[in-house]
Design a protein around this ligand. Sequence first.
Ligand code: SF4
Length: 330
Amino acid sequence: MQEILKVENLKITFKTQLGKITPVDGVSFRLFEGETLGIVGESGCGKTITAFSIIKLLPKNAILGDETKISFRGRDIATLEKSDLHKIRGKSISMVFQEPMTSLNPLYTIGWQISEVYKLHEGLNDEEAMERSVEMLRLVGIPEPAKRTKEFPHQLSGGMRQRVMIAMALACRPALLIADEPTTALDVTIQAQVLELMNDLKNKLDTATIIITHDLGVIAEMCDRVLVMYAGQIVESADVFRIFDNPLHPYTRGLIHSIPRIEVEKRDQKKLSVITGYVPHPSKFPSGCRFEPRCPMAMEKCRKETPQIYRPEEGHTVRCWLAEGSEIDG
Ligand code: SF4
């Protein structure tokens, strides 16, 4: 499989009134053609900022580290000028956001908004662009697509609006789709339909996808490989089966054990496990292991020394002293 994206040593620093903070530090990963990569973690762990950095949607006060490199199809995009980035964004790399109402323009019809993507990136005229928009709406399962093109976002349900967002994002058949919590704002039944649609389109269009989520159910449903993030770092990475079958990092285990499982909870009358405490603010990341204050397995060493990244088996890495003795990654 060909490599689509390579992120090396991603470090994002913000200048704030309280001084500099670094919510993402030393994140590296690769993504291959047609692959779906999940980035999972609680709110505030740095997953959304990581995704935004790929398409340069970071706020103005953000600074990338000197050693950070983001290559898309072999081309360094971390240093691209805005005009060059516009050519890539929406055409080769697209994004679906959590809340479609904040991304769709309430003043324009659905058809107009999708057509703009075709006019901008493929130079189509009005008529051609509208034809393609109808086709795309049909592909994402919108009934009576020609009629819908004349409607405004507020006339559609939440699930329909998310389908429109997906249609816009995939209009130019991008090589990479980034979906930030794509189903969080939807009802559970609609969530399942949107996930099924994304899976279906991914297979049809062979688009590599990054899914940002706090929901391990979404990860299990959609992803080939998973990065678990905590306090601005990747703490574990592996294929989706290993993450669920053999989680090695105490944080990953905590996330998995906090998923409600009706049959187990009922049988054992167990309370749901929780990870106590909160993700620390970037200005207060602990020295040593950043998960140490919440870790049930913490040792003396964890408080003082930052754990290395170990590779206990091929394709599986973990940032934890418990894996000491395994091969060091990198
Ligand atoms: Fe827990 Fe120590 Fe591993 Fe950190 S390094 S996750 S504190 S066991």
